[in-house]
Design a protein around this ligand. Structure first.
Ligand code: EPZ
Length: 430
């Protein structure tokens, strides 16, 4: 791996934000983190070289690069372009020290098994937002004819040749859909995945695999059909824009009552976010050719209820950011997190800023307050860190955020981009 992410790395710095500043202008969105990670795993299916463009410069992307390097892939990252030479893929063991830091690296299990007939990948273990089990991945691989054993925290999977099968997923898991779709591309015969995840990142991965010659139909619907092929060929592919980064900037505009244009976006990926902002009272509009503009509304911002669901429902990765926004909306709102069992940890930090929130199980009841006041707070996970930045932009006085290693996992140059819109924030040594 040749490049380094963010010199002033995370562990020894904090973000100081002076709130109450109006934002204005246009802000750019990078390629989608959750597409990049899956597509990097998907590149293992190819037996030649792949060139992937619009890859964000993030800690998680570099960690996935380290996993691929450990498997024998030559990885070169240069200003958003990733060159992956998979010709010499030969190791089937993914290193624990990286998989334990990056859950998405578990997704290499499908492509490794399909390419090498053996894969040894550590159980990713839980994280801040939930237990995150992988039984749907394992059961699906077994349905494709793999022998899978879990010993000493390691998933060992073997298959001389995977065979197509009909697989029904108990839950439309993004990761399990991606793992099984990738494994099926080189299997013998046809695979049908029912109750599949429909997220745009699943579609992007399918399009990437198809650009290498895979036969995949129905990505983006509940039923994905894959007809196996003997091998895949080289490709050059560009990743979709990050809908969650775009959504985060849309909430930044709303929470500061500002007028901001966010580009590039694919509007259909943002439908629930646009709908909820308009419901609260903002003006969120699609602006050709590939932008979305958020502007203040008539001035009364009404609370609303949000329930996170798999796509096309309201994205769980936008829940924390909207909770920050609803703390300053009139009346009460109920936010219900249905996708992850432990994704309300930002509530305590928002309360430190003066928010009025009560949690009951996976529901958070928010009573709008007239203002937030700056305070020292700590990020607990990636999207929680984004929510604290947004609350800090609106809060009176100074907010100081620590735990930035979470933020750097999923946002490239966030504070620089916000500063370009006029925000008053700086990263300093702790
Ligand atoms: C992907 O995680 C994203 N990560 C997550 O984004 C996102 O929150 C999530 O999808 C849902 O949209 C990447 O793409 C790298 P799931 P993934 O499998 O694939 C349960 C962010 O902030 N489940 O759809 O791990 C699981 O525990 C991150 O960018 C099982 O029970 O999500 C969870 O409760 C966070 N068994 C639910 O399904 C399984 O075998 C959804 O998980 C698999 C999942």
């Amino acid at each position: 791996m040749t490049t380094q992410v963010g010199e002033l790395l995370t562990t020894d710095s904090v973000l100081r934000i002076r709130g109450g500043v109006l934002l204005r202008g246009e802000v750019g969105v990078n390629g989608a983190k959750n597409s990049a990670l899956a597509i990097m795993a998907g590149a293992l299916l190819c037996s030649q070289e792949c060139r992937i463009r619009n890859v964000p410069n993030l800690v998680d992307v570099h960690r996935m690069g380290q996993v691929l390097t450990a498997l024998g892939v030559k990885v070169r990252y240069d200003r958003g372009a990733l060159e992956l030479d998979v010709t010499h893929l030969h190791r089937s063991l993914a290193p624990y020290e990286i998989v334990s830091q990056l859950r998405a690296s578990f997704f290499v299990i499908g492509p490794l098994l399909a390419r090498l007939g053996v894969a040894r990948v550590p159980m990713p273990g839980g994280c801040a937002i939930g237990a995150r089990p992988v039984e749907l991945h394992v059961r699906g691989l077994q349905a494709l004819g793999a022998v899978v054993q879990i010993e000493h925290g390691m998933v060992h999977a073997y298959a001389r040749k995977l065979k197509g099968a009909n697989i029904y997923l108990d839950y439309p898991s993004v990761g399990a859909t991606e793992t099984l779709m990738m494994a099926a591309t080189l299997a013998e015969g046809e695979t049908v995945i029912e109750n599949a995840a429909q997220e745009p990142e699943v579609v992007d991965l399918a399009n990437f695999c198809r650009s290498m010659g895979a036969k995949i139909r129905g990505a983006g619907t509940k039923t994905i059909t894959v007809v196996g092929v003997p091998r895949l060929h080289t490709t050059e592919y560009s990743i979709i824009p990050d809908r969650i980064e775009a959504g985060t900037f849309m909430v930044a505009a709303a929470i500061t009552r500002s007028d901001v244009l966010i580009t590039p976006v694919i509007p259909e990926h943002l439908t629930p976010v646009i709908a909820k902002l308009n419901e609260i009272g903002f003006q969120a509009t699609v602006e050709a050719p590939n932008g979305v503009r958020v502007q203040p509304g008539a001035g009364v911002y009404q609370g609303t209820d949000i329930e996170t669901l798999p796509f096309p429902g309201f994205p769980t990765d936008m829940q924390a950011q909207f909770m920050a926004l609803l703390t300053l909306s009139e009346g009460s709102s109920v936010v219900t997190e249905t996708v992850f069992e432990n994704r309300l940890r930002h509530v305590a930090e928002l309360q430190r800023l003066g928010a009025n929130i009560r949690v009951k199980g996976n529901h958070a009841v928010i009573q709008g307050v007239p203002f937030l006041s700056g305070a020292p707070v700590t990020a607990t996970d990636l999207r929680a860190s984004a929510a604290l930045v947004l609350a800090g932009l609106a809060a009176q006085g100074e907010t100081v955020i620590s735990g930035l290693h979470h933020l750097d996992r999923g946002y490239e140059r966030l504070e620089e981009k916000l500063r370009s819109l006029g925000a008053d924030l700086v990263r300093v040594a702790a």
